[in-house]
Design a protein around this ligand. Structure first.
Ligand code: HEC
Length: 244
């Protein structure tokens, strides 16, 4: 590269002389700005290594605490009940119920439980949901198991539509979702047990059609078997007064 000296000219010019000096200065300062190139890699700075190993350590702790023991079934909802049967303790039926509700019921009955006016009846405050005698309870289990169609009155409002059957859900899932809808949105009815769902499923095993509200209301109320409400053994006799 040729140096940018000015072509020799006749007669010395004060201005040109200054320009030559300026250029050299500019070049020198540009050279100063750049680090000297080195052969080979730079050593990794200590602070970067420290941060790196701190993050790796934290990630290990995080995985150990949150990996669920690396079990494949931990987050599988269909296995939830099975896992509960193991050593992890029972799954809260309301937690299971909420999951079932979100998967199967929410599209029609809505997250608010209020349904859609004129189309899908509400579950919040519904007399069908809140029945606490065995009659009301078994209506509820029956209509969810086999579905429901035709005219029905819910909270004094008429509906006439159809709900599919939910027989594909397990007894635990039905008990869970019913327990959930009976305790949500201000509803406060007792839970429905898995055994109860199982017994109703067995009693209605032959039925394939969805229920109508009229059919359900026409079923005579079942009497609670005396053995279930009365204590099985007579109360123990009071202790004899101490002899004086
Ligand atoms: C495809 C929409 C749809 C889905 C999904 C649905 N339902 Fe329904 N449900 C209805 C309709 C429609 C009726 C009223 C049927 C009639 O008109 O006879 C009803 C009625 C009911 C009733 C009785 C009436 C009342 O409002 O209290 C209950 C209880 C109920 N459904 C619970 C459930 C549960 C629990 C699920 C989820 C497992 C569910 N439904 C999923 C549409 C649906």
């Amino acid at each position: 590269m040729t140096s940018p000296t000015l072509p020799p000219e006749e007669g010395f010019n004060e201005k040109d002389h200054h320009e030559e000096i300026d250029l050299a200065e500019v070049h020198a300062s540009i050279l100063r700005e750049q680090a000297d190139p080195k052969e080979g890699g730079e050593p990794i700075p200590l602070w970067l290594l420290t941060i790196f190993f701190a993050i790796v350590f934290w990630a290990g702790l995080y995985l150990a605490n949150n990996s669920g023991g690396f079990r494949a079934d931990v987050f599988d909802p269909s296995q939830a009940v099975q896992v509960a049967g193991g050593d992890t303790g029972p799954v809260d039926p309301k937690v299971l119920g909420k999951r079932v509700f979100t998967q199967s019921c929410v599209v029609c009955h809505q997250p608010t439980g209020l349904g859609l006016p004129g189309v899908f009846p509400p579950l919040a405050g519904s007399e069908w949901v809140l029945g606490t005698d065995p009659h009301g309870d078994n209506h509820l289990v029956k209509l969810v198991l086999k579905g429901m169609q035709g005219p029905v009155k819910v909270k004094d409002v008429d509906y006439n539509n159809a709900m599919p059957a939910w027989t594909q859900l397990s007894d635990e899932q039905i008990a869970g979702v019913l327990t959930y809808i009976r305790s949500e949105w201000g509803n406060a009815a007792p839970p429905i047990s898995t055994e109860y769902v199982k017994s109703i499923r067995e009693k209605t095993a032959d039925r394939t059609d969805p229920w109508t509200a009229k059919e359900l209301l026409d079923i005579p109320a079942e009497k609670v078997p005396a053995a279930e409400s009365a204590p099985s053994a007579p109360p123990a006799a009071p202790p004899a007064p101490p002899a004086t």
